[in-house]
Write a new protein. Structure first.
Length: 276
């Protein structure tokens, strides 16, 4: 669950709202009201500008997190309500400004609350609850897609290394093997137990295939490269057959109908065969 939520984190690059910059420029003349030439007035002005700058920065970051939250299927509510805190700081800034022009605190308190309310109306409040955490089917599907992507990336790195050897037959065989493994992996759907079992098989398969690819690359430019090539093809055939056998055995133990599994694999192969 932690990994899924980390996967939904927004970009580290800050995204600032242009409206906040306009808001700062529009409110800046208000700060000049308390410049009266005295040292206390200057200190108050600097405090006002600092609070207002922090408020806008909090709201900007809150807006960025809000956009990421809205786009994500599974996300956690921010622990720190940045937009609410930023709006409260704006209310404090307006309260201090108004306090210099009214004899009592009633009117400054009122306009400060109004400023805070207007800010919340304009930018909204921060998300209050986690999103998608109570949907097991969605979580299982996202976990499965994450596992599929990781497996496909690992296998693609290996097939790319084989492709760099400029051997068309080896490249086609490696691509077909990767497609077979991914087809079997996806055929088990999103059941957590099946996914965990097939993922272990894929990890073991990938580790062995990576070691064999290392050995093939080492021997490729030597005199015995033909023997190394033949050995790699035989090992790839054995690995593929063993992987498919263990995957199908697991399907039978989990109650998956063999005909259903074969149909899924056939449907998965059809787009590739059509493209060929």
């Amino acid at each position: 669950m932690r990994d899924l939520r980390r996967h939904q984190r927004p970009s580290d690059a800050p995204v600032f709202d242009s409206g906040l910059n306009v808001m700062f420029l529009a409110a800046f003349p208000l700060v000049l009201w308390i410049f009266q030439g005295s040292l206390s007035g200057v200190a108050t002005a600097l405090l006002e500008m600092g609070l207002f700058s922090v408020a806008l920065r909090l709201i900007s970051r809150g807006q960025e997190l809000q956009r990421a939250y809205d786009l994500a299927q599974v996300a956690t509510a921010p622990k720190l309500p940045r937009k609410v805190i930023g709006s409260a700081l704006i209310g404090i800034v307006v309260f201090i400004l108004a306090g210099h022009h009214f004899p009592t605190l009633v009117a400054p308190s009122f306009v400060g609350l109004v400023a805070m309310g207007l800010s919340l109306t304009a930018f909204g409040v921060d998300p209050l609850a986690d999103k998608g955490a109570d949907n097991p089917e969605l979580l299982n599907r996202i976990a499965a897609e994450h596992a599929w992507d990781q497996a496909d990336d690992s296998l693609s790195q290996i097939t790319d290394r084989i492709a760099h050897l400029d051997d068309a037959d080896l490249t086609l065989k490696a691509d077909a093997t990767r497609a077979m493994v991914m087809g079997l992996m996806r055929s088990f759907g999103t059941d957590p137990r099946d996914l965990a079992r097939i993922s272990k098989l894929v990890t073991k398969f990938t580790d062995i295939l990576r070691a064999e690819t290392d050995r093939l690359e080492t021997s490729w430019h030597e005199d015995n490269y033909l023997f190394a090539r033949k050995r790699f093809i035989l090992k790839l055939d054995v690995l593929s057959e063993s992987f498919e056998t263990h995957a199908r055995e697991g399907s039978q133990r989990s109650g998956r109908d063999a005909f259903d599994l074969e149909a899924d694999l056939l449907l998965d192969r059809m787009p590739r065969e059509s493209a060929a």
